[in-house]
Design a protein around this ligand. Structure first.
Ligand code: TK8
Length: 323
């Protein structure tokens, strides 16, 4: 025995097992992010930490997993911010339609002061946000018809996340919108209980929605982030050094995850098209009508999100845009 070879980097590091739950499948870019995080833990703890990842909602959907963190029975979840707005209403700011123009803006907001402002709200809900990862720009798929104009949304049965802003946006566009947990979407599409759903290309690809959908219309109606959340109850049992490792490794994972997301996005689009999805763009004039139709969503949800949160977001974006 070579004593000390696998000794932890410091006495402040204990043996730990961390369970992380994911709604998406393992071949989603989150898989690469989680692997990078596990490797980072390994390096920084001298192998003292084990990261056990669960995929495709195996540990429950986003909301259930987040509640398990709050009650201290699970360590970590990679969840979209959208299904947990009931816990921290300010998160609804990210769901506002057509908020970010591109990934660069999203990164600047999320990794900057605004992202920290939101992260600072999480401990009150017994959660710690370790980092923002990328879910991405969302596009509509369905099995009824290609959406090329505002009127095409009419009457379409579309699954939305359990989130009032998305519900309102899709009702305003004219769809018959149904809130549903992510894990139920595939079978609801398969049985025809709903006609469509909206998610980034990488999710349409890795959750195999192309098998049960005919059309993909490039709506880019929202960019939603993933949050890498940790149970505050468990966080409080970690040493300061361990807490720093959690943050550093979630950030290391973030950089890998975002790069994978952006690389896979184009590949995913090509793959779902190859698999038979009919893909269409929406022309600029029609896109403008769609933007206009949903403008009222901002006003209607200001009170619930917090007017100051929306104002801060808009000021941050104006600054990034050099306005
Ligand atoms: C995965 C979800 C998913 C989200 C959704 O757990 O629910 O549509 O986009 O990524 O968080």
């Amino acid at each position: 025995m070579v004593a000390g070879l696998l000794a932890p980097a410091s006495a402040e590091i204990s043996k730990r097992t961390i369970r992380v739950s994911n709604g998406v499948a393992e071949d989603h870019p989150n898989g690469e992010g989680v692997r990078a995080m596990a490797q980072c833990f390994d390096e920084k703890t001298g192998g003292e930490w084990t990261l056990n990842a669960f995929w495709s909602s195996a540990l429950g959907d986003d909301l259930q997993a987040t509640q398990a963190l709050r009650s201290g029975t699970q360590e970590m979840v990679v969840t979209s911010s959208s299904p947990i707005v009931g816990i921290v209403p300010a998160l609804g700011v990210f769901d506002l339609p057509f908020l970010f123009a591109n990934e660069k803006e999203a990164d600047a907001v999320l990794d900057g002061e605004f992202g920290q402002y939101i992260s600072d709200m999480m401990p009150a809900a017994n959660l710690v946000n370790l980092a923002y990862w990328e879910n991405g720009f969302r596009n509509l798929t369905n099995s009824a018809r290609p959406v090329t104009k505002l009127e095409d949304f009419s009457g379409m049965r579309v699954r939305v996340m359990q989130n009032n802003v998305f519900l309102d946006t899709f009702q305003t566009l004219g769809t018959n919108a149904t809130p549903m947990a992510f894990g139920e979407v595939f079978s609801a599409l398969e049985t025809g209980a709903i006609d469509g759903q909206e998610n980034p290309y990488v999710t349409i690809d890795t959750s195999k929605f192309y098998e049960v959908q005919k059309y993909l219309s490039n709506t880019r109606h929202a960019y939603t982030p993933f949050m890498v959340l940790f149970s505050k109850t468990i966080w409080d049992q970690y040493s300061e050094e361990e807490q720093q490792i959690l943050v550093d490794c979630a950030v290391a994972g973030r950089d890998v995850q975002r790069e994978a997301s952006r690389k896979l996005s184009e590949e995913s689009l090509a793959r779902v098209e190859e698999a038979g999805l009919e893909v269409n763009d929406i022309d600029t004039a029609e896109m403008e009508k769609i933007h206009e139709a949903v403008q009222g969503v901002y006003e209607r949800h200001a009170e619930e999100i917090g007017p100051e949160v929306i104002e801060k977001m808009q000021a941050t974006l104006a600054e990034i845009r050099g306005e």
